[in-house]
Design a protein around this ligand. Sequence first.
Ligand SMILES: Cc1cc2nc3c(=O)[nH]c(=O)nc-3n(C[C@H](O)[C@H](O)[C@H](O)COP(=O)(O)OP(=O)(O)OC[C@H]3O[C@@H](n4cnc5c(N)ncnc54)[C@H](O)[C@@H]3O)c2cc1C
Length: 301
Amino acid sequence: MGLLDHLIVRTLPLVPKPIVARLSRPYIAGASLADAISCVKRLNNEGFCATLDLLGEFVTSFDQVDQSYQGYLETLQAIDEHTLDSNISIKPTFFGLLLDDKKCSDTLEKLLIETVKFGNFMRLDMEDTPCTSLTIQMYERFRAQYGQNVGVVLQAYLRRTISDITGVTDNGESNFRLCKGIYVESEEHAFKGYQEIRDNYVTGLTAMFDKNAYVGIATHDDFLIEAAEKIIEQRGMKTDQYEFQMLLGVRENVRNRLRDAGHKVRIYVPYGADWYGYSTRRLKENPALAGTFFKAIFFNR
Ligand SMILES: Cc1cc2nc3c(=O)[nH]c(=O)nc-3n(C[C@H](O)[C@H](O)[C@H](O)COP(=O)(O)OP(=O)(O)OC[C@H]3O[C@@H](n4cnc5c(N)ncnc54)[C@H](O)[C@@H]3O)c2cc1C
């Protein structure tokens, strides 16, 4: 994490909101559901599927949780109405995970029942370590009742992930997204070395495939994408056993190459009124992203 990254994050509050809006435009579909729908339509026409993330997290009251529920319900309805190829991704803290995990689980279960009615799929995003066990337990409970309409995310930077893969796959058919992990974690919990995290990613991916799990391979890292492609080819895997996943606006040349090579590619599409909070929170949480953000904007990389 460089000096420039810290500088960008420190000076962020001084940057006028319209400029932040312009800078974050490639990465966020817009403030409204209509913006999200037109973005997904465009992606679908280009041969990508999507997952919609209604922005917001760390709610402080259960009134806000009701709004999260309503927001996602409208999203499911709109996906259905416009016959879009998109599922939904959810941050459990947006449903009050750290306020009251039982209430959070009840509300998410209500939403999952709607998801199943629409024949859709709900992905539980993974947040920081206070959420890890709670989110995995919720996933396992939902999976036991609603089968393959729900999946969870595991993070390659966590030391516990390989044992989580064993635990989760031993308990039933599993659907994972595997990512590196975006939160700042202590060395006690997380690997810190760049290559160390990559190595754990490849070990995790192999372990997931060994257990016949469906995997969303979520990364923009050429090293990992190439390693995954090699494993997929060696094992003769079919496109109903995995997909690649990338964030909206990131490394579009790579996502086009993967699509053209015949892989399924899902784009993570954040949208919602909380776009400003989301962008600034992400950058403050992980200043290393600021440099990437800056480079992408000013050097078109
Ligand atoms: C679909 C998807 C879902 C995710 N869900 C979660 C989740 O639930 N929980 C969680 O903790 N993390 C999640 N992440 C974030 C993930 O953990 C990583 O922090 C992020 O993807 C960067 O890691 P990387 O594998 O792309 O490798 P990196 O080494 O970080 O990136 C490789 C290259 O990709 C480019 N790049 C990467 N990210 C960006 C960016 N944001 N903007 C511009 N360029 C970029 C840069 O050129 C960089 O050099 C998700 C990521 C994706 C793609």
